[in-house]
Design a binder for this molecule. Structure first.
Ligand SMILES: [Zn+2]
Length: 432
């Protein structure tokens, strides 16, 4: 049994031999379509007449038709077969020669056409359809060429010249268009370069924009922080203004020194100054009250620019004192420990010196039209406070040879004088 040996050169499908050829049981006929025969089955030198009959039988068994556009050439195939032989099968004698002839036929067919053989049935159909189309086109072109030749013969000399001029015009137009094309190509190159430059610039501008946005955000952040700081400062300013307004309305002397009374006893900043037989006051409190009074007198004298003569006033709480500027800087204590109070000489000297200082303040303050007018007179040399009113009299500020009532009365008059001085200083020096 021979096996299939051919492959379709277009779709690479294996080709099967003709069924009718197998039925003929003639190995020679089979070998015609086999590229490689089987030597053991070859029968060389068979009767030529029978071979011819087999091939005629092969041709008869295939349905035949004439190739379109190829008159005289026959195409042969069978609907049940899978491969085709093209061309006219000539004389075949031996298996080898038949095999060679088949290969040559395929080579010739492949060489003449741009198609390799053998082909399967489907590829052959496709090829034939393509050839049909080519033939149709070629015939149409032939007709056109014939028409042109006939028309050329009929065309007049004038028309020919006209067509020549038209041709020249078209050639010039072509040259112009070629030149224009070159210019367009040059422009395209320039435009491409410009585009590249523009893209680079765009990239640079993008970078700049990013940087600007960063800077902008930073500045905006700073602005918000500054707004916050400004708002805080404005709030502080508003609060300070309120405080300022309140302080402006505040009288510093009245706020610092409160002169009032506790029953029959005068007080300064809640410290009682003086004592009565019925109302004993500890000396610490009296000393503290003297300290506040000394501080007040010093503040008043500083306010009006007064420097005391003869004495230096040194407020120091409940240990305040005066220093004599004439007698070798003798210290006069403006406080007492309560022992031998009404015999104590230096305490009396200190209070007398204090009256001297107060008198100096009074004399300076009384100068001028808007001068101070104190309700109670001061007699420095005698150390007396004078009440010029209806229940008038003189009250010594000393304790020696004095009573608690009179001493306390003198201190009370002195503090009332100070209260008037506070009001006067506040109106004159502490108002705008
Ligand atoms: Zn094929």
């Amino acid at each position: 049994m021979s096996s299939l040996r051919f492959i379709c050169q277009r779709c690479s499908q294996p080709l099967k031999r003709n069924q009718s050829m197998e039925m003929s049981q003639e190995p020679e006929a089979l070998m015609l379509i086999s590229a490689q025969g089987e030597p053991g089955e070859t029968q060389e030198g068979g009767p030529p007449s029978r071979e011819k009959a087999d091939f005629e039988n092969l041709n008869d068994s295939a349905s035949c038709r004439t190739l379109p556009g190829l008159p005289g050439r026959r195409m042969s195939w069978d609907n049940s077969n899978n491969f085709i032989l093209l061309g006219n099968l000539g004389s075949v004698r031996t298996i080898n020669s038949r095999q060679k002839a088949a290969s040559d036929i395929f080579d010739i067919l492949s060489g003449e056409r741009d198609v390799d053989h053998p082909l399967c049935e489907d590829c052959t159909d496709n090829l034939l359809e393509q050839l049909d189309v080519q033939v149709t086109i070629t015939e149409s072109e032939i007709q056109n060429y014939k028409c042109c030749l006939e028309t050329r013969e009929w065309i007049s000399e004038d028309e020919r010249e006209t067509l020549q001029e038209k041709l020249k015009g078209l050639e010039l137009e072509e040259a112009r268009l070629v030149q224009e094309l070159e210019e367009v190509e040059k422009n395209q190159e320039r435009t491409a370069a410009d585009l590249k430059a523009a893209q680079a610039e765009t990239e640079m501008l993008d970078q700049q924009e990013k940087q600007y946005r960063k800077d902008y955000s930073k500045l905006k952040w700073q602005k918000l922080e500054l707004y916050d700081a400004l708002s805080s400062v404005e709030t502080q300013l508003w609060y300070s203004q309120i405080q300022w307004d309140q302080l402006e309305k505040t009288n510093i002397f009245n706020a610092t020194f409160e002169i009032w009374h506790d029953g029959a006893l005068p007080t300064i900043n809640n410290f009682r100054l003086g004592c009565l037989p019925t109302v004993p006051v500890c000396w610490n409190e009296i000393n503290a009250a003297w300290g506040q009074t000394a501080l007040l007198l010093l503040a008043l004298s500083n306010t009006i620019g007064l420097e005391f003569q003869r004495y230096q006033l040194i407020p120091c709480g409940n240990h305040s004192h005066l220093k004599s500027l004439t007698d070798d800087c003798t210290e006069l204590p403006l406080f007492s420990n309560g022992k031998n109070v009404f015999l104590h000489n230096k305490f009396d000297q200190a209070m007398m010196a204090f009256l001297d200082c107060m008198q100096q303040f009074k004399e300076v303050a009384e100068k001028g039209g808007s001068g101070l007018r104190l309700p109670y007179k001061i007699h420095v040399k005698k150390g007396l406070m004078e009440d010029p009113g209806s229940g008038g009299g003189f009250y010594p500020i000393r304790t020696h040879s004095n009573t608690e009532e009179e001493w306390t009365k003198a201190l009370k008059l002195m503090l009332i004088n100070f209260k008037c001085s506070l009001t006067w200083v506040s109106l004159r020096y502490c108002q705008k």
